[in-house]
Write a protein that binds this ligand. Structure first.
Ligand SMILES: Cc1cc2nc3c(=O)[nH]c(=O)nc-3n(C[C@H](O)[C@H](O)[C@H](O)COP(=O)(O)OP(=O)(O)OC[C@H]3O[C@@H](n4cnc5c(N)ncnc54)[C@H](O)[C@@H]3O)c2cc1C
Length: 426
């Protein structure tokens, strides 16, 4: 569809169904005030554009820097430093509606919030992140944060991961990865490698009986990473260093049940459905994740429930005045804040072009990045595009573990996040 046709379609929708301009109507409505929503809001209201009428609908009064939760779980970062009040990151010129969206009505250019109010828009940006489905693993909700079952995938539990690692006295430590898309595909491995390194330094790891395959489950003290894939990292260049780390990896299995009190985990073979039970002494769970229900059941969703956008322009494929980015979108790249950093300026440029009646020329190439923490003080900085081609920032081989990249991950990236990205500086 051409931009002209798109504009006509939008204008055609400016009918009696749409909430009339007023307090419940904004030029741009952004759903979600997380990494993507705040970055876009800040860029949209910067400089000459600071009179653009932008509203962010966000129910939470806390904003998180989630990438540091890996380091929190490894005891290398302060939990409190990963959280700031939402009010502190909300751009000054933006209207903050502190409530949740429950429904999209894109044919009427409005969203409905939990209190039943319709908020109308000329342009919509969906940036509501993904949802963690704790219920999809039987017994997980009941045992997470207890029984040495931990996860870095929430602010409330990342601190407990470090407690489990610190108190581990030997035995079996399991690190899981679920089927399907997750935030930061490398995070389940990173915490495994940090724990592994910690156990080695503490002298526990050398009791280990490490090998390949289920034959070694019987005894010894080891860390084991269970994931449903056949390789720890799908981009070959960065998979090699990960494979060289001596943790036992059980491919093709995912966690389906935890019996916390008995310290038993049940895994299912993704190919033949066979189940096996493993005893554990500590377990880090990466929970199943997916699109939030209010998106999945909306007209904006694709067949899998993610917001259906063009992978280059980030414009919705059926509703031209709708855009999406970040974890809630169906962009076929790994779901990271780093990807959002490159998506946001493309979205903002195309949105402004649409507003001005110009063609959408900005293109997103699928860039994403994963600072793969391989041990304390060492990081492999993976950066690649939609096709898995490396898109590296530095003039050296980034597949090598480096101390400088650890410094980047631990010290520089958080500063760039709070003071650069969230302020609208690309
Ligand atoms: C353990 C861990 C490690 C990670 N490591 C890295 C890393 O090393 N590098 C990296 O780049 N990325 C990493 N990430 C991923 C990164 O944090 C996410 O990809 C990024 O936050 C996505 O931004 P988003 O805005 O799409 O979602 P979020 O930042 O999650 O924001 C979504 C927002 O939408 C709001 N929302 C939800 N429902 C509604 C509703 N109904 N109405 C309105 N608002 C709603 C939420 O409250 C939230 O504020 C990691 C994540 C985790 C959990």
């Amino acid at each position: 569809m051409s931009t002209r046709e798109a504009d006509l379609r939008i204008n055609a929708r400016a009918d009696a169904d749409r909430p009339t301009p007023g307090p419940n109507h904004h030029t741009v409505v952004i759903v979600g005030g997380g990494t993507a929503g705040i970055t876009v809001a800040a860029q949209l209201t910067r400089g000459l554009w600071n009179n653009t009428d932008v509203a962010v609908i966000e129910p939470s009064d806390r904003h998180f820097y989630q990438p540091a939760w890996t380091l929190v779980g490894g005891g290398a970062y302060r939990l409190e430093a990963t959280c700031r009040p939402e009010a502190a990151v909300m751009p000054a010129k933006v209207t903050w509606l502190k409530k949740a969206v429950t429904e999209f009505q894109p044919d009427h250019s409005c969203v409905v919030t939990a209190d039943g109010v319709k908020v109308g828009y000329d342009y919509l940006v969906v940036a509501a992140g993904l949802k963690i489905y704790w219920d999809k693993v039987a017994g997980l909700k009941e045992t997470i944060g207890r029984n040495n079952v931990c996860t870095n995938y929430s602010y409330d539990t990342a601190g407990y991961t470090w407690k489990c690692i610190r108190n581990f006295q030997g035995g079996t430590a399991i690190f899981t990865q679920p089927k399907g898309a997750i935030k930061c595909g490398g995070a389940p491995q990173k915490i495994c490698y940090l724990a592994e390194d910690y156990f080695r330094r503490k002298g526990i790891r050398n009791k280990a009986a490490c090998g390949a395959g289920p034959a070694t489950f019987g005894g010894g003290s080891f860390s084991c990473h269970c994931c449903p894939w056949q390789s720890p990292f799908w981009v070959a260049k960065y998979g090699r260093p990960a494979l060289s780390i001596a943790v036992e990896t059980i491919f093709g299995h995912h966690l389906v049940e935890i019996r916390g009190d008995a310290r038993e985990a049940v895994f299912e073979n993704v190919n033949n459905g066979e189940r096996m039970v493993m005893q554990f002494d500590m377990m880090h769970v990466t929970p199943p994740q997916g699109p939030p229900e209010f998106i999945a059941r909306s007209p904006l969703a694709d067949a899998h429930g993610w917001v259906d956008v063009d992978k280059y322009t980030l414009q919705h494929v059926r509703y031209p005045n709708v855009f999406a980015l970040g974890d809630c979108s169906n962009l076929p790249t790994s779901k990271t804040g780093a990807a959002v950093r490159k998506q946001a300026p493309v979205l903002v440029k195309n949105l402004r072009s649409l507003m001005a009646g110009r063609p959408l020329t900005a293109r997103y190439n699928g860039y994403t990045s994963c600072p793969l923490v391989t041990r304390y003080g060492r990081v492999v900085l993976a950066e690649f595009d939609y096709e898995g081609n490396p898109l590296e920032t530095f003039p050296f081989d980034q597949a090598k573990e480096r101390w400088t990249m650890w410094l980047l991950k631990k010290y520089l990236l958080p500063v760039l996040y709070w003071h650069g990205m969230l302020k609208g500086r690309a």
